[in-house]
Structures are given as structure tokens and as C-alpha cells.
Design a protein around this ligand. Structure first.
Ligand code: 5AD
Ligand code: SF4
Length: 461
């Protein structure tokens, strides 16, 4: 039986099933840091119910897929993976499969129709209901539950227990949802209107994390610059620059990062808050998307290439040694060779330290998906390769400029390739390899002795 309970709680409260103590779970996360953060909360909830992590989905009693829908290949990957899980479940009666996250929010019970072996579909705003939904499906069969406008700040996953991947670094959600209308982007449709957490809740969470030994926090929101606009604290809305300063005062937190700002909204106040708060790292993710004025207008980005570069210059003037990363989409509908050249020109002028480059992928329901002038795959691929080549060269040059500098790095752990080498990060978020075994979470001073295209090598000084 498929019971589909949409936009609300199941009408019948299920009875508590036998305890899950000792049962195992496996979470696979697709997509962005928001999802990774939500997955930590899902793991925390399951562990609060006595469950233990499994090393692989094949041996888990409960498998959770936390999905993404930002680009088309994310959808395809999910259905491919669900197909392979069916065979695992056939061999493992009683296994429960849960699908959460953005794609679940968007497709809702369509997932149960397409993959009848899924037990629970839950949306981006009801992570906190995972245990109840597991009970529900055990008793009454498959269930899909997503919430929409009823969502409140209380539903934010940050309020839930977390099982963090790292002991020294943590994500902190400051807003969920997005009020912008970038025409390529599905996030506003899926994650809904922007909701900000109260500053006091955020500060309390950061203090608690510091008390647990966390030294680095990354503040998360789709557009952190609009933080607080929906809040009214004694007739006044809190602003992001003040929040950043307050987080910067929390004792024990030595590094603060945030993602993402929106170039149209970023102002000097945030840059000064960064420059004047010792703990806020000299690092900015500044998503360009395109360098062509007409494509930027069609994307509804609210700036042109020149304005973007002016804002970047302002940021670099106020924050010396700022490391800047960006997001760029190639092949937006109507993009001509000249538009693409404009993107290359802005990339050359901006000299980003690194870039996440994407091929445009039409998302059903977004304005861009029905715009004229969709670009052939081969053309997108060829432009994409030219962009990547240009950015790789700039990244390498930027890395070489680091050689000879002494940097404070935070150790993340042994490098993936060699346990005798540690991977650490500079304040600018550049990865540095250091010979030797060092504990994760340790700060040390290193001299950068060599640069590779995508990372640096250092020795302890
Ligand atoms: N196609 C390609 N890239 C996209 N992004 C968002 N939507 C799309 C899409 N439809 C990229 C943007 C955004 C990043 C998170 O993903 O560059 O900043
Ligand atoms: Fe999407 Fe634009 Fe909102 Fe970012 S700001 S989440 S790209 S709509």
C-alpha cells in the first residue's frame, strides 16, 4: 500500500515500533554543503535513537539518500543508484530506504511511483520527522511527507542533534530558502521563501560548538546578504555584517567562513566586518555565473560584468590577501560566442583563485528552461573546456604566488593518497600538503615551498 501524506503530518500517529538500538544506517549525500549539513543532522537523529553507522549501504538496515536537484545529472544519478539498491533490498528483507532532500521535495510521491521499493520520501523542511516517518512506514507502508508554507524557523535542521563529520569544523545554518529569482535556478522552487534564524539562536549554537572543541565554523545560506530581512527584533531587522561581527567574538572560534553572498547585494559593511573580525577568514565565494551583460540580465542576476568587477575590487581593497572563488555557468540559453568571450574576459580580469564551473542544465519549471536559444551539447562542452583551461592556468599562477609565504594552516587529517602526509587548509581555504602525521584540528605555521595546479606543499616552521 502506498500512503501519501502531503504537506502535513500523518493523520494517525503511528505507534512507536520496537527500539532501533543496534540497527545500522547509511547516509549518502548528493549536492551542496546545505545537504551535507542536513545529513549530519539526520545521522544525529538516528544515533539518538540508538542506531549505529554502517560501513556500506549493503549492510545497513536503513539507507538514506539525501538528494540534490540543482543540475540534471543529479536526478539521473539518484534513479540509477535507487535501481541498484532494489537488488540489495531484495536480498535484505526489512531494509528501509529513505529519500530526502531537494529532489524528494520537488518530486514527492512521484518517487514512490517510479521506485516502489522506497519506504519514505521526506522533504527539505521535515528532516526532524525522520524517526516518526520510519515508524510510520514500518506500520503502514510507504509514505511521502513534505511541508511547504507551514515551515517555520523551528523546523530548521540546526535545532536537531548532529553527528558531525569533523570534530573541529562545523556548519551553521543562518537562513534556509531563497527570495531571488535567478532564471536557471530551481532552489527557490524547492527550498521556498527565505527564513532567517534569530541571531541569538545562531550565536548560542556557535558558542555550544566552541564548547565542544570546534574552532572553525562556516555560516550557510543561499544569499547570506539578505540575512535577517524577514526578522523583526524590536522594530529592526538584523543584518549579516553585525551577525558576522558577533560570531567573530565567540571565544574559541578561530576561523569563520560563509557561503554564499550575492554580488548584487554585497556591500562595504560586510567587507569591513570581515576585515575587522580577526577570526573571519580572508576568503570570499563570489558567484559570477556569466561575464556577459545580456546573459546576466537574462539570468536575473541584478549586476553586469563591470559592476561585478567593481564589487570585487572593493572587497580586495578592504581585505588584503583575499582569496576568491566563484561559480560559472557555460551555455545558458542564447549564449553566443561573444557572450562566452565576455565571460572569459571577466574571468581573466577577476583572477579568481578557484572556480566551480558548470554546464547549463535546464531545470523543469524554471524560466530559463523554456527560453529560446538552447545551446548544443557539443558547443557547451567546447566552451566549458576553454573556460576550465583558462581558470586552471590562473589557479596555478595564484598558487605559485603563495610560494615563500608563511601561512597558518588548520590540519584536516591524513591526505587521501598518503597517510604519511597531512592535508591542511590556509585561511584562504587553499589546500596544503605537509609531510608528517599531525592531528586533525591542529593549527600550525607552515612555509609554502612548492605549488601544484590545485594545491600547495608546505613545511612546518
Ligand atoms: N545549470 C547549471 N548550473 C547551475 N547552477 C545552478 N543551477 C544551475 C543550472 N540549472 C550552479 C550555479 C550555482 C551553483 C550552486 O550551481 O552556478 O551558483
Ligand atoms: Fe539560486 Fe539565485 Fe537563489 Fe542562488 S541566489 S539559490 S542561484 S535563485
Amino acid at each position: 500500500m502506498t500512503e501519501s501524506v502531503l504537506l502535513g503530518m500523518p493523520s494517525r500517529k503511528p505507534q512507536r515500533v520496537a527500539s532501533r538500538v543496534g540497527k545500522s544506517y547509511f547516509v549518502r549525500t548528493y549536492g551542496c554543503q546545505m545537504n551535507e549539513h542536513d545529513s549530519e543532522r539526520i545521522s544525529g537523529l538516528l544515533e539518538s535513537d540508538g542506531m549505529v553507522p554502517a560501513s556500506a549501504p549493503e549492510s545497513a538496515d536503513v539507507v538514506i539518500l539525501n538528494t540534490c536537484t540543482i543540475r540534471e545529472n543529479a536526478d539521473m544519478k539518484l534513479y540509477g543508484y535507487l535501481g541498484s539498491l532494489k537488488a540489495v533490498k531484495d536480498e535484505h528483507p526489512g531494509m528501509q530506504i529513505l529519500v530526502g532532500g531537494c529532489m524528494a521535495q520537488r518530486d514527492r510521491e512521484a518517487i514512490l511511483e517510479r521506485a516502489g521499493w522506497v519506504d519514505v520520501v521526506f522533504g527539505t523542511h521535515n528532516t526532524h520527522r525522520v524517526l516518526d516517518l520510519l515508524d510510520h512506514s514500518e506500520e503502514w507502508g510507504p509514505v511521502a511527507e513534505v511541508w511547504d508554507e507551514t515551515t517555520s524557523v523551528e523546523d530548521m535542521p540546526s535545532m536537531l542533534p548532529a553527528n558531525r563529520d569533523s570534530d573541529h569544523s562545523a556548519w551553521v545554518t543562518i537562513t534556509i530558502g531563497c527570495n531571488n529569482s535567478c532564471t536557471f535556478c530551481i532552489v527557490p522552487m524547492v527550498r521556498g521563501r527565505e527564513i532567517s534564524r534569530r541571531p541569538s539562536d545562531i550565536i548560542n549554537e556557535v558558542k555550544q560548538l566552541a564548547g565542544e572543541g570546534v574552532v572553525e565554523v562556516t555560516l550557510l545560506g543561499q544569499n547570506v546578504n539578505s540575512y535577517g530581512r524577514d526578522l523583526d527584533l524590536n522594530g529592526r531587522s538584523p543584518i549579516f555584517a553585525d551577525l558576522l561581527r558577533r560570531v567573530g567574538e565567540v571565544e574559541g572560534i578561530r576561523r569563520i567562513r560563509y557561503t554564499s553572498p550575492h554580488p548584487k547585494d554585497i556591500k562595504e559593511d560586510v567587507m569591513y566586518a570581515m576585515a575587522e573580525s580577526a577570526a573571519v577568514c580572508e576568503q570570499l565565494h563570489f558567484p559570477l555565473q556569466s561575464g556577459s551583460d545580456s546573459i546576466l540580465a537574462a539570468m536575473h542576476r541584478g549586476y553586469n560584468g563591470e559592476r561585478f568587477l567593481e564589487k570585487l575590487e572593493m572587497a580586495r581593497r578592504i581585505i588584503p590577501d583575499l582569496a576568491v572563488s566563484t561559480d560559472i555557468i557555460v551555455g545558458f540559453p542564447g549564449e553566443t560566442e561573444q557572450d562566452f568571450q565576455d565571460t572569459l574576459d571577466v574571468v581573466a580580469a577577476a583572477r579568481f583563485d578557484s572556480a566551480f564551473t558548470f554546464q547549463y542544465s535546464p531545470r523543469p519549471g524554471t524560466p530559463a528552461a523554456t527560453m529560446p536559444g538552447h545551446i548544443e551539447k557539443a558547443v557547451i562542452q567546447e566552451r566549458f573546456e576553454r573556460l576550465v583551461a583558462l581558470q586552471n592556468a590562473i589557479t596555478f599562477e595564484k598558487n605559485m604566488e603563495q610560494v615563500g609565504k608563511t601561512e597558518e594552516v588548520l590540519v584536516e587529517g591524513p591526505s587521501k593518497k598518503n597517510p604519511l602526509v597531512a592535508t591542511a587548509r590556509t585561511r584562504g581555504n587553499r589546500p596544503v600538503h605537509v609531510d608528517g602525521k599531525f592531528d586533525a584540528g591542529r593549527f600550525m605555521s607552515v612555509e609554502i615551498i612548492r605549488a601544484a595546479p590545485h594545491n600547495l606543499f608546505g613545511v612546518v616552521v
